[in-house]
Design a binder for this molecule. Structure first.
Ligand code: ATP
Length: 274
């Protein structure tokens, strides 16, 4: 697969919508912002207002108020990451948000693998490479003025963000796909952000065409970094130990605990490997 991907050596890596669209097999209407508070916030506003010319995909060079789950922050420094939000129309939005999140995790992990990294998925919404979190995913729902429910899918990928660009809190958790050299250049053979965005979006749109079959859940399980592992999870402020024994076809995690089997299927849960 990697041989099929155009690789280029770059001194600079600029986000260009025509370059993304032209390397995709699915059509996509893209809008790029240099800086924005949050791509999810912008997409939700577009939908709430029922804007006719609402793009399918919003991308930003940086986010000043990027968000994770449970009101957490997703740090999004300028020019070194991929911060984007995709609009999922009501006919697809019927699928539940956890399934959309799981599909997005497979799309991102698949794309990152296609360009040569050993990516794995930490239930439910994070992608890891070399034990570092390189991507977060946040699916939210919103209605247009006619009451039709959309899902906005936010994806943040640390592409070449240096450690020093992260806060002290995030430094130990986060990693990037590529490391810049001393002259601020990407490694030879690095795949551009444009190309990586195209791969992620093509993967996701292809999965969505057949999402209700749940076929992609096989890959989700194959690439899971929590299955069969000792974990702890936090629900309603309480931490519980257990073994992650199964991920069902709806994306729910089944944990064997002292009190028996527990099914975790909400966005309100935090999980740690032990
Ligand atoms: P949990 O591990 O508790 O389930 P999470 O990792 O799924 O949480 P998210 O809401 O997806 O949490 O992401 C927000 C968290 O990700 C922040 O609290 C911070 O720890 C971490 N984070 C923030 N910015 C980045 C980044 N650019 N790259 C990687 N991790 C980040």
């Amino acid at each position: 697969m990697i041989d099929n991907i155009i690789k280029q050596s770059m001194t600079e890596d600029v986000l260009i919508s025509s370059e993304i669209a032209s390397s995709m097999h699915n059509p996509l209407n893209i809008k790029i912002y240099d800086e924005i508070d949050s791509t999810n916030r912008q997409m939700k506003d577009n939908i709430r207002k029922g804007e006719a010319a609402c793009p399918d995909l919003i991308i930003a060079g940086c986010q000043t108020a990027g968000r994770g789950r449970l009101g957490r922050k997703f740090e999004s420094p300028q020019g070194t990451g991929i911060y984007m939000t995709y609009k999922i129309d009501p006919d697809k939005a019927a699928s539940n948000p956890i399934l959309i999140t799981s599909a997005a995790a497979v799309a991102v992990a698949g794309a990152v693998r296609q360009i040569g990294f050993d990516a794995s998925i930490k239930w439910v919404n994070d992608i890891y490479v070399n034990s570092k979190k390189v991507c977060g995913i946040l699916a939210e729902s919103v209605c247009n003025p006619d009451g039709n429910r959309y899902i906005v899918l936010g994806i943040g990928i640390n592409y070449s963000t240096g450690k020093d660009s992260f806060s002290d809190e995030v430094k130990n958790i986060a990693g990037s796909l590529y490391e810049m050299d001393d002259n601020n250049r990407l490694p030879a053979g690095a795949v551009t952000r444009n190309r990586l965005i195209a791969l992620v979006m093509d993967n996701f749109i292809d999965i969505c065409k057949n999402i209700d079959s749940r076929q992609f859940m096989k890959q989700y399980r194959d690439w899971s970094m929590v299955l069969k592992k000792n974990i702890r999870y936090q629900k309603n402020g309480i931490w519980t130990d257990g073994i992650a024994v199964e991920i069902d076809d709806n994306g729910a995690l089944i944990v064997e605990t002292e009190a028996g089997r527990v099914l975790l299927n909400t966005g309100e849960i935090s999980l740690r490997l032990k």
